[in-house]
Ligand binder design. Sequence first.
Ligand code: UTP
Length: 290
Amino acid sequence: MPIKPLKKAVLPVAGLGTRFLPATKAMAKEMLPVVDRPLIQYAIDEARAAGIEQFCLITGRGKTAIVEHFDVAYELERTLAERGKTDILEELRSLSIEPGAMMTVRQQVPMGLGHAIWCARAFVGDDPFAILLPDDLMQCDPPCMAQLAEAYQETGGNVVAIEEVPRERVNRYGVLDVAEDKGRLVSVKGLVEKPPVDKAPSNLTIIGRYVLMPEVIGYLSKMERGAGGEVQLTDGMAKLIGTQPFHGLRYTGRRFDCGDKAGFLEAQIAFALGRPDMAPAVREFLKRYA
Ligand code: UTP
């Protein structure tokens, strides 16, 4: 069967961000900036670099700033133009999304990631789609979603980005039951969400980047509650195995868990050090904390 092109991405941003309270009481976690751009912008840029053209944000209460961020700020742009601030003006313009290419869907109650993805069912239709969790900030070359899109062109079917974690931490993630480990690609015979450490089938875990087939929506619509009483995406994906190809991709690069305070702080340092305009000053002040 021909492999359908990957043009759609779903970005769930409806979570409560409880690990980041009180910062996230009135502000969306996805608007927290790393250096000078919000997490959601990194995720959209990464999706675009993988050839994605249509975006669906799964939003909830208190998330309107995310939608504003991708709108045209007409008055601001006019003021910047009048003041001759062309660099920043160009950058702002590159942010805006083509009219009609971004939609938002409201997940009224945050019932879990699987439920959030099910909310995008009308957007997904019969097409393959990417999922990017913006709080997993990736520093990869080529960008992580581009690596996944390339693997999808090779294998067809479902591909999720994976990484190895120390055994004692597997109970925080979706974990792979491995059919065959081919190195870069791993074929999967099962998935389990947040298993107890002694029951985990491996220490290969799924991170917040996926390419999935639309059939997953049918399984999610059953609304079965899994780990933590939530509708888990991992449980829906597990049902696809055996009916469609399912692979894990050991991506090249680094992930920062920006839903976690320490991960977020590390991302600030890593991304600042990756910026030629910031790196010298940051290196200098870091010496004071060595
Ligand atoms: P997290 O597990 O990080 O949950 O969600 P959270 O609520 O955002 O943060 P904490 O754990 O309370 O601090 C992973 C991703 O799934 C989305 C989140 O927005 C985040 O991008 N999500 C999660 C939803 O959109 N809806 C949900 O019901 C749950």
